[in-house]
Design a protein around this ligand. Structure first.
Ligand SMILES: [Zn+2]
Length: 63
């Protein structure tokens, strides 16, 4: 009997800040640290990193 295991990850940002379990849709790895993030949190970190590194993304930094 085959069993399919589906790994479900929660957004670290939502879980730590609001105590909510929100499905993570992206992963951020910096050295030994690994974070799983939902859409909004992922985009937020992408924008922050892009700004810090002086790179541009296709994501609009809307306020
Ligand atoms: Zn989140």
């Amino acid at each position: 009997m085959a069993r399919k295991v589906i790994e479900k990850l929660d957004c670290d940002g939502c879980l730590k800040k609001e105590g909510k379990e929100v499905d993570a849709v992206m992963k951020l790895i910096i050295g030994p640290d690994e974070y799983h993030l939902c859409g909004p949190h992922g985009e937020k970190f992408r924008a922050l990193l892009a700004e810090a590194l002086g790179t541009t993304t296709d994501t609009a930094l809307s306020a």
